[in-house]
Design a protein around this ligand. Structure first.
Ligand code: SF4
Ligand code: SF4
Ligand code: SF4
Length: 315
């Protein structure tokens, strides 16, 4: 009974909060054009988080989630990371907190940043193989079926960043009556073995929050899910597919360097590349560079060849 009341209150709070956030977004959008994408994105991220929570309450959520992370990148490239991923949202909230405390972010050396981006492919392969090493070896037969069920599931690592903070099943982690979680907490619980998972989860939470506080979107720089999304767009048959592209008009670029500074994952290609399509696998299409580039039409987001958003002259 108590649980149901809490769940209802939560729903009301969430929908009330969403309505307020929506109004706030519209007000800010009208008042401050320079910030509009940032607030709009925050709003979309919140809606996505709530939708993912509700998807988790359905029996078929696993299939739905897998479909989402496979289909979205094919159609929208890495916009999933910029606009929908819950773990991305948590990092952005930490960034907002840092900004409100007027603490400046730190930059990773460019070389290290690139190495981390390549490392995510290694991590992806490692985590995809790991369940096969730890899984039910005794019942090994060349079918993958045992790995689609049971605790060590190959696709868990891909779904890790999607875990909302409150989830509709028992995790062993409680906050009052609510079952709480955190990206990858489910995997940590399975993999921690005899080691107390609470300690392992706490260390992971503390580590990711502290690193995100100083380095924007720290986890995203080597996240296996981000890598898998980037890979989808590299597959020959799908290269044509992503509808969204970042484009640059070289003639309008004054090399002011703002795009390089504002990019949360330190993508330098927008600054360095010549004109045309400048989308890279590191870019998560958050559009921060487009909203902050101070020259009209210098940067554009194109969808299927049409401009849907472009930089404005705001100097
Ligand atoms: S890189 Fe990973 S954690 Fe970051 S937004 Fe993408 S899926 Fe989420
Ligand atoms: S912010 Fe715009 S004008 Fe400045 S370097 Fe980047 S693309 Fe060029
Ligand atoms: S290059 Fe631009 S759109 Fe891509 S991640 Fe950086 S700021 Fe976002």
């Amino acid at each position: 009974m108590m649980m149901e009341i809490i769940a209802e209150l939560l729903k009301l709070t969430v929908f009330g909060g969403l309505a307020l956030a929506g109004m706030l977004v519209i007000v800010i959008w009208k008042k401050d054009l320079k910030m509009k994408v940032t607030y709009l994105r925050l709003f979309v991220q919140l809606v996505a988080l709530i939708s993912i929570y509700y998807l988790y309450t359905y029996q078929l959520w696993l299939l739905l989630m897998i479909a989402i992370i496979l289909i979205i990148p094919i159609v929208f490239g890495r916009a999933f990371c910029g606009w929908l991923c819950p773990f991305g949202l948590y990092s952005d909230v930490v960034t907002i907190l840092r900004k409100s405390l007027k603490i400046r972010y730190r930059l990773l050396p460019e070389r290290l940043n690139r190495i981390l981006h390549y490392l995510r492919y290694v991590l992806l392969v490692f985590f995809l193989i790991l369940p096969f090493l730890l899984g039910p070896i005794q019942s090994w037969h060349w079918s993958v079926a045992p790995y689609l069920g049971g605790p060590f599931r190959t696709y868990n690592v891909l779904l890790g960043p999607l875990e909302p903070l409150i989830i509709p099943w028992e995790t062993g982690l409680k906050f009052f009556e609510l079952d709480i979680s955190y990206p990858y907490a489910t995997d940590i619980i399975f993999y921690s073995g005899d080691f107390p998972f609470l300690i392992t989860v706490s260390i992971f939470v503390a580590l990711t929050l502290v690193t995100s506080f100083f380095f924007r979107r720290f986890w995203c720089r080597f996240c296996p899910t981000g890598a898998s999304i980037a890979i989808v767009n590299k597959i020959k048959g799908f290269r044509w597919a992503p509808l969204l592209h970042l484009n640059k008009d070289e003639e309008k670029c004054t090399k002011c360097g703002i795009c390089k500074r504002v990019c949360p994952v330190q993508v330098t290609d927008v600054y360095e590349k010549k004109g045309g399509n400048i989308t890279t696998s590191m870019c998560m299409l958050c559009l921060r560079c487009v909203e902050m580039c101070p020259y009209e039409g210098c940067l554009k987001l194109n969808a299927d060849g049409k401009t849907v958003f472009k930089s404005r002259n705001w100097l």
